[in-house]
Design a protein around this ligand. Structure first.
Ligand code: NAD
Length: 374
């Protein structure tokens, strides 16, 4: 109804003269939360959508939604496959940009639920591009999350955007690679301005519980064993861990430099070329996962119980390492946070959040039991 539209318009209205108006998908996700807050803080208008699925703790997603709501960002419960809803949003607000982060993330879950990757990362992406190309006037510029996983079994390092991406090691990687091909098509046919960002293992406060740094923290604190993988030749698995604040700067930079779409509403013929751009957003310094664990042990002042096993064919790749010179050239991207500094910020958040959550839960139980709550 009209009240819904008013809320959407209010949230989407920039507070500075040349502010962007951004639709953020996956806005209750890890990266989406941080980007929504950062955009709003610098005066852009933001409306979010998220389907709050149960891939990991929906309560954490609701907490993030409450966090961005306190800063004036509305996040609607909606699925990106709902084209009618997306079309309605584009009717209500002439978004200048879409930051598309909604996806089925995670590599190993693909062996258990392959269809969820196809639904969100392929069908969902098409749904978003279709609506943006045919039902939005003006057509928004789209920045969306691809992944370093597209490099798959690439062994040339550091990874540059021109390296091979034809050997994905997981269905997750395959759907991200498919997304890049689909983006190319929508750019080519409809003149949609599309920028793909290949994130490299993003970590930080409000992070994802399914990722190793997060679940290891939980296990170390509760004395449960963790599993570390090494390669079949004995070498350690390495990741180019990238701190969330650096990734946020990259996302905002990419939005700011995104070219205007050249297509016309209705999906009409384009008036000129709008380039498809793909950028690495990494940290440029890979760290062995075992080193990440020793940093956590120091921060938590507790030793991890470790099981070391040889890497099974579970979709993990041996190492990732970004060359970010393209993103630096085009929008000044420069990661500045090393792993020890970033993990310190994560651990501080973890202890505060789960400390407070635990206290709240106990208090709720007490209330239900009729006890006094301080
Ligand atoms: P996340 O899971 O925290 O965020 C994704 C959000 O999208 C979730 O809140 C989820 O509920 C929502 N979502 C999923 N499917 C949806 C659908 N069909 N409709 C509406 N909402 C849906 O993940 P994240 O770490 O914030 O990742 C953001 C993006 O970056 C994803 O595209 C992910 O694949 C990509 N990425 C992340 C990393 C990383 O290390 N975090 C690395 C490479 C790429």
């Amino acid at each position: 109804g009209a009240a819904w539209e008013q809320d959407v318009r209010r949230s989407a209205t920039p507070s500075r003269a040349d502010g962007l108006s951004v639709l953020v998908t996956g806005a209750a996700g890890f990266v989406g939360t941080h980007c929504s807050v950062a955009l709003k803080r610098r005066g852009d208008g933001v409306v979010g959508v998220d389907n709050f699925n149960a891939y990991y703790d929906p309560a954490l997603k609701r907490s993030r939604q409450a966090l961005v709501a306190r800063r004036g960002v509305l996040v609607l419960d909606a699925d990106i496959n709902d084209g009618a809803l997306l079309a309605k949003l584009f009717d209500v607000v002439p978004f200048s940009h879409v930051l598309h982060l909604a996806a089925q993330a995670g590599v190993r879950y693909a062996t258990r639920n392959p269809q969820s990757y196809v639904a969100s990362n392929v069908a969902g992406l098409v749904s978003l591009f279709e609506t943006a190309a045919k039902h939005a006037d003006p057509q928004p510029s789209i920045v969306w999350a691809s992944s370093s996983s597209v490099y798959g079994l690439n062994t040339e390092a550091p990874f540059s955007e021109l390296h091979r991406t034809d050997r994905p090691a997981s269905l997750y990687a395959a759907t991200k690679k498919a997304g890049e091909a689909i983006a190319h098509t929508y750019n080519h046919i409809y003149g949609l301005s599309i920028t793909g960002l290949r994130f490299f293992t993003v970590y930080g406060p409000w992070g994802r519980p399914d990722m190793a740094y997060f679940s290891f923290t939980k296990s170390i604190l509760s004395g449960k064993p963790i599993t570390l993988f090494r390669m079949t030749d004995g070498t350690a698995v390495q990741r180019d861990f990238t701190f969330i604040d650096d990734v946020v700067k990259g996302c905002l930079g990419a939005l700011d430099t995104a070219k205007k779409s050249t297509g016309v509403a209705g999906g009409g013929k384009k008036r000129g070329p709008a380039q498809l751009r793909i950028y690495n957003l990494g940290n440029t310094s890979p760290v062995p996962v075992a080193k990440m664990v020793s940093i956590l042990e120091e921060l938590l002042r507790k030793k991890a119980k470790k099981n070391v096993v040889t890497l099974p064919q579970n979709g993990d790749v041996p190492f990732t390492h970004a060359n970010v010179s393209l993103a630096e050239r085009d929008f000044g991207y420069r990661p500045t946070t090393d792993l020890a500094t970033g993990l310190k910020k994560f651990v501080k958040w973890y202890v505060e959040y789960y400390g407070a959550e635990t206290t709240k839960r106990i208090n709720r139980k007490r209330k239900i039991a009729g006890d006094e709550v301080e």
